[in-house]
Design a protein around this ligand. Structure first.
Ligand SMILES: [Fe+2]
Length: 158
């Protein structure tokens, strides 16, 4: 099975597991299922455009909300996902140590939308926002609004 699909299959199993364990959630659980897939696709395309490994980018985008998947909480979910996502990625057997380091850093930093990080971190933040935008969600925070507006102009989507 292809890496991106295999990772998403493993993530769906995690979501099913944590759906039972954590029943109180800030987000509708099916959003997690949809968001992993649409973010992965957006990340793939952004990475191709920016000269980055599209498979690694798609995988980082797919797992970026792992912290919210396992805790149900929006507040602090990026940081909460950092260590558990490392363990999850190791368990899949799909990634080497360097890839795990890059992906987990992108997970930890993805909520810092006002900051500019590594190429991979930027792809994850941008894919995340475009995905919210394409499902018709309003950006609540100023840093999200500014990044999205800039991004839509730059990518000629506006
Ligand atoms: Fe997030």
């Amino acid at each position: 099975m292809k890496k991106i699909l295999q990772l998403q299959s493993e993530l769906l199993k995690e979501i099913n597991k944590y759906e039972n364990i954590v029943q109180e959630r800030d987000h509708f659980i099916d959003w997690e299922r949809v968001h992993i897939s649409s973010c992965a696709k957006l990340g793939y395309l952004l990475a191709e455009k920016r000269g980055f490994d599209p498979v690694l980018a798609a995988c980082a985008c797919a797992v970026h909300d792992y912290g919210r998947i396992i805790t149900g909480k929006q507040e602090g979910h990026a940081e909460a996902g950092y260590l558990p996502v490392k363990e999850f990625l190791k368990r899949t057997g799909l990634f080497n140590q360097e890839e795990i380091k890059q992906i987990s850093n992108a997970v930890r930093n993805h909520s810092k939308k006002a900051e500019v990080g590594s190429t991979l971190e930027e792809i994850v933040k941008d894919a995340d926002l475009i995905d919210f935008y394409q499902y018709g969600y309003e950006m609540k925070r100023q840093d999200q609004k500014e990044r999205l507006e800039e991004l839509l102009k730059r990518e000629s989507l506006l």
